[in-house]
Write a protein that binds this ligand. Structure first.
Ligand code: ALA
Length: 463
């Protein structure tokens, strides 16, 4: 792995990650990261306010974009590898500055994703506890900006996930697999029960907001697909990554796309779409249909789902951070891997404290759209990386090579650019500010300490 690097630090000196994940583990990691707040929360809101029953077309458009990107990821993950995902691919194809920018962008994507999902998780757990008559003190349910003291459930879930990730990748993957089964069971239960209540009258007006609404909806439900990219950060810990990573990335994404289309179709077929603008639409539809026990099971599935989203995003965050620290762009102290657990413990503990603080103390809900723009930017760079490397490294061994020449990466870039331009101006402004801070940091820190030291262009001499 890291085949393009010539001067990277000797990972042995800092400890190595454990190679133990198989195709099943990485596919489940993908599903773990993908199915979460998007389908359980966003589908209802987007249907009620943007797309109507045609929200399923929003899922098709966004899913298509992601499939083009996933195929591009698969080509690079198999041929370049490394735990840095898009950061490593950008380094190989586009040089250090772009690599840093995309690594910085990915840290934003995953970091904000984890903290916002932790707040959503806390809301779901509070609802579930209230439903069984347990009332937590209000002071410990919200941060100081919202009239409380700390969002304790959000802090606790981050502490739990940090602990699990420190324990080891095998332990984390096992926990993830168990939780993914729970959420898939919940989704299957919804599909079976809802199928008995289909009323085609609910589709009498299928596209109440026209194509504009569908496309705007696509930019929002894009969030539901985020996470398949995190699979590529498992390159160093996967057995036979050239084969298993493409399987994990593509199978998890296709499975989730099918699930999303079926669930969103059923949601709008069983009740009028106008009633879906609630915090937990999948569970509330079942309450409307007088299935309280099934609704409770769905809530458990949603809590399991949000837990695995955080787990896998946090895992991806730590591996990208590790790759950047190994290259000297972030403090090399963080490049150390614990000799026994073979996990990057200092990164996990340090970032866990930051995430716990953000989720416990700050109202960051309105920053969630930054996750979408950051991810779309990274996705575009990955598709661009495929095109550039085809030109600059035509003889690179590509165990998984995309068919149809440049068509798939170009389609990926086009879809991502379209979705990015569907996001509000304020999201762009925040994104540009974050990237400017990153570049300042790079020119004052990383550039001077870079181990590879490629300032002028791609690091492309094969070791
Ligand atoms: N795709 C993940 C979710 O929907 C981020 O929660």
């Amino acid at each position: 792995m890291g085949i393009f690097r010539t001067k990277s630090i000797n990972p042995g000196e800092y400890g190595t990650l454990r190679k133990c994940l198989n195709a099943f583990d990485v596919t489940f990691m993908g599903i773990g990261a993908i199915i979460g707040a998007g389908i359980f929360v966003l589908t209802g809101v987007v249907s009620a306010t943007h797309a109507g029953p045609a929200v399923l077309l929003s899922y098709v458009v966004s899913g298509l974009a992601c499939i083009f990107v996933a195929l591009s990821y698969a080509e690079l993950a198999a041929s370049i590898g490394g735990c840095g995902s898009a950061y490593s691919y950008a380094y190989a194809g586009l040089g250090e500055v772009i690599a840093w920018a995309i690594g910085w962008d990915l840290l934003l994507e995953y970091g904000l994703g984890i903290s916002t999902v932790a707040i959503g998780w806390s809301g779901y757990v509070q609802n579930a506890l209230t439903a069984v008559g347990i009332h937590l003190p209000a002071l410990f349910l919200k941060g100081p900006f919202e009239g409380g003291f700390v969002n304790l459930p959000a802090v606790l879930v981050i502490a739990l996930i940090t602990f699990l990730l420190c324990l080891g990748v095998r332990e984390s993957a096992r926990f993830n697999t168990a939780m993914v089964f729970v959420k898939l069971l919940a989704v299957a239960l919804f599909i079976v029960v809802a199928s008995f209540h289909v009323d085609t009258k609910n589709w009498a007006v299928f596209m109440p907001f026209g194509w504009t609404g569908i496309m705007h909806g696509a930019a929002l439900v894009f969030f539901a697909y985020i996470g398949f990219d995190a699979v590529s950060t498992a390159a160093e810990e996967t057995i036979n990554p050239q084969r298993n990573l493409p399987i994990g990335i593509i199978v998890s994404l296709i499975a989730c796309t099918i699930i999303y289309i079926v669930v969103s179709a059923l949601l709008t077929l069983v009740v009028p779409y106008q009633t879906l603008n609630v915090a937990s639409p999948v569970a509330s539809v079942l309450l409307q249909l007088h299935h309280p026990v099934v609704a409770a099971c769905i809530s458990v599935g949603a809590i399991a789902g949000l837990t695995t989203v955080m787990l896998v995003l946090y895992y991806g965050f730590s591996r990208i951070f590790l790759a950047m620290a190994r290259d000297g762009l972030l403090p090399q102290f963080f490049a150390k891997v614990h000799p026994r657990t073979q996990t990057p413990v200092s990164i996990l503990l340090g970032s866990g404290l930051v995430f716990a603080f953000i989720a416990g103390m700050t109202p960051i809900g309105d920053l969630a759209e930054l996750v979408n723009i950051g991810t779309l930017a990274a996705f575009s760079v990955v598709c661009g990386g495929v095109l550039v490397l085809r030109r600059t490294q035509p003889d690179l061994h590509r165990p998984f090579k995309l068919p149809f020449g440049s068509v798939i990466p170009v389609l990926g870039i086009t879809f991502c650019a379209y979705l990015m331009f569907s996001l509000p101006l304020i999201t762009w402004v925040r994104f540009i500010i974050w990237m400017a801070i990153g570049l300042l940091f790079y020119f004052n820190y990383g550039k001077k300490r870079s181990v590879i030291g490629s300032e002028s262009g791609p690091v492309a001499s094969k070791a």
